[in-house]
Ligand binder design. Structure first.
Ligand code: A3P
Length: 258
């Protein structure tokens, strides 16, 4: 059920200081008590960092590159979101492009708060007051523990630069061994252009009252560096300074252009 305020604006509530959708907060104990099986694969992404992309890559690998099998259902049903309590590997995307993508997503997503102007959203994002919380905490948190658990940490920018190489890493992580032609097919089928046309991945089946794709398409641009079309020079300087402070002490390094 959607929970909206009196003014009709969707409201976020908090769990341990992390803003989440109300329906997630209502079901928190159930989510918290979820018990994974030893071979469960958790795709764990910050919003707008290529969740759908890695979901499709993982399913294509699991189905040995069988396109028809990957057409069996929409992506949200093939890999349900645990926090939607119908029943998450970290994939990270540089914070600047992520902010831009999230801004456009909140413009078209009617169950998340309206983002306001770009200037307003810039402040909201850097303060972490967005659904699923702070980008910095998410990325630092997973980066810190990645060597202690069976975690494959992927970068959106790497998949963009060399999809085959990164898809091969996912395949090895999943314990699969697919031959070159299948890998090449997966690269093709999970390209932005293909996934934008694919009704099982482009969210075209979600009603306009929830995702209004006439405002901004779910498969929007799929590039690295779109932040340059949004950030002013002053915003960029301010962002870099805050980024240095928040990410101090971590060894993680993002590409913000290719
Ligand atoms: P943009 O808004 O910058 O275009 P998520 O799935 O986590 O919501 O992430 C959405 C972002 O990933 C969007 O970014 C979307 O276009 C991009 N994306 C989705 N599929 C992609 C693909 N196959 N290749 C590159 N980018 C993709």
């Amino acid at each position: 059920a959607l929970v909206t305020s009196l003014e009709g604006q969707p409201q976020l509530r908090e769990v341990s200081g992390i803003p989440l959708q109300a329906s997630t907060v209502d079901n928190w104990s159930q989510i918290q008590n979820f018990e994974a099986k030893p071979d469960d694969l958790l795709i764990c992404t910050y919003p707008k960092s290529g969740t759908t992309w890695i979901q499709e890559i993982v399913d294509m690998i699991e189905q040995n590159g069988d396109v028809e099998k990957c057409q069996r259902a929409i992506i949200q049903h093939r890999h349900p979101f645990i926090e939607w309590a119908r029943p998450p590997q970290p994939s990270a995307r540089n914070a600047k492009d992520c902010m831009v993508s999230y801004y456009h997503f909140q413009r078209m997503n009617k169950i998340l708060p309206d983002p306001g102007t770009w200037e307003e959203y810039f402040e909201t994002f850097i303060s972490g007051k967005v659904a699923w919380g702070s980008w910095y905490d998410h990325v630092k948190g997973w980066w810190d523990i990645k060597d202690r658990y069976q975690v494959l940490f992927l970068f959106y920018e790497d998949i963009k630069r060399d999809p085959k190489h990164e898809i091969q890493k996912v395949m090895q992580f999943m314990g699969k061994n697919l031959d070159e032609t299948v890998l090449d097919k997966i690269v093709q089928e999970t390209s932005f252009e293909k996934m934008k046309e694919n009704p099982m991945t482009n969210r075209s089946t979600v009603p306009k009252s929830i995702l209004d794709q006439s405002i901004s398409p779910f498969m929007r641009k799929g590039t690295v560096g779109d932040w340059k079309n949004h950030f002013t020079v002053a915003q960029n300087e301010r962002f870099d300074e805050i980024y240095r402070q928040k990410m101090e002490g971590t060894s993680i390094n993002f590409f913000t252009e290719l």
